[in-house]
Design a protein around this ligand. Sequence first.
Ligand code: AMP
Length: 368
Amino acid sequence: MLALAARRMGYRFAVLSPEPGSPAGQVSDREVVAPYDDLDAVRRLAAEADVVTVEFENVPAAALAAAAELAPVHPAPEVLAIAQHRLREKSWLAAHGFPTPAFRRVAAAADLDPALAEVGLPGLLKTAGFGYDGKGQRPVADAGEAAAAWQELGGGEAIYERRVAFRAELSVVAVRSAEGDFAAYGPIANRHEGGILDLSVLPAGLPAPLAREAVDLARAIAEALGFVGVLCVELFWDEDGSLLVNELAPRPHNSGHLTIEAALTSQFEQQLRAVCALPLGDPAPRAPAAMANLLGDLWWTGARPEGLPREPDWAAALRRSDVHLHLYGKAEPRRGRKMGHLTALAADPAAARALALAARQCVTGGSR
Ligand code: AMP
C-alpha cells in the first residue's frame, strides 16, 4: 500500500524483501531479495535511494545502520530500536512519564516471583524482543503458569505486565514531519481476536475530552521521540477511565488502513510526505468507516471447513455499495496470516461496522 501510494505520486520505489514476489515487490520498480541482515544487499538498496523507510519494525539495527551510511533513514534507527523491543519501549515510555500497564523485567527464573508480587495477577508474560500480533506472549493466572509460560517462551529476557481489564482498545495513527508538523487520525476503536487485529472503527465514538487526551498523548510521544513518519500509538482505555499505552508501531499501521478510503489523505501518503520532506496532508475524515481484516482462516471457513483451501467469494462482498476490497497478493493463505482487508464507509460508525462485518461474512457463504 505504501508502494502503491509512492507510485501514484511519481516516485520510483525499491524494496528489500526476504522472499521473492512479496506484496510490495509486486508493485515496486525493483525488489532486492535478501534477508534483512544481509548488509551488502541493504547497502545496494540504500545506494540508489534518496530516502529509506520501513514497513516492519523488526529490521535488525545493523541493517538500519548500514542503510543510514548511504541515505537518510526515517524513522531514525535509534527510534526503531526502542519500538522493536517491548522492554526498551515500556521502559522509555515510563521514563518519559507516559502511562503504561504496570510491568517488570524478567531476565531469569528467579525474577518471576518478585515480578508477580510487584505487578500482581493476572498478567501476561511477553518476550522482550520480536513480538507483534500477539506473538511471543502468554497469559499468566498464577505462579505455576508463570514458570511454564517463561519456559514456553524460550527462557530468554521477557517482560511481565498486568492484564488490563480494558473498556476498549484504541489507536491513534499520528504523523510528524522533521519540522515538527503533526497530524493524526483517531482515536480508532480496535477489536482483537487471538491477539490479532480483527476490526477497526473510525471514529471510536469516545467522549470528546478522552479523544483529545489520546491524540495529545500521541503527539507528546512523537515529539519526545523526535519522530519522523507515521507512528501508531496503541492504547488501552482502562476500566478506571484512564488511558495506558500498550505499544508503539513506528510505521503505517493495520488500524490505519481504513484511511485509504476514509480520510482526505491516507496514512501511506502521510508516510511518504513525512519521509520525503513534503508538507503533511489533511487527515480530515470523508466518512465514518470500519475495517475488517481478512485472515487466511477464511479460506477454510464455510461449507467445507476441512480440507483444501477455497478462495473466498470476493464478488459477494463487492455487491454492497461502499465496501472496498484490498488483497495483498500473498501467495499462500495460512491460518492467522493477514491476506487483505475490507473497508466499509457508512453514515455512522455503527453502520460502517455492521457493513464491514456483513461483507466479510458473505464471502464464505454466510448470509447475504
Ligand atoms: P501486543 O502484541 O503486545 O500488542 O498484544 C496483542 C493484543 O493482546 C493486544 O492488542 C491486546 O488485545 C492483548 N494484550 C496485550 N497486552 C495486554 C495487557 N497488558 N492487558 C490486556 N490485554 C493485552
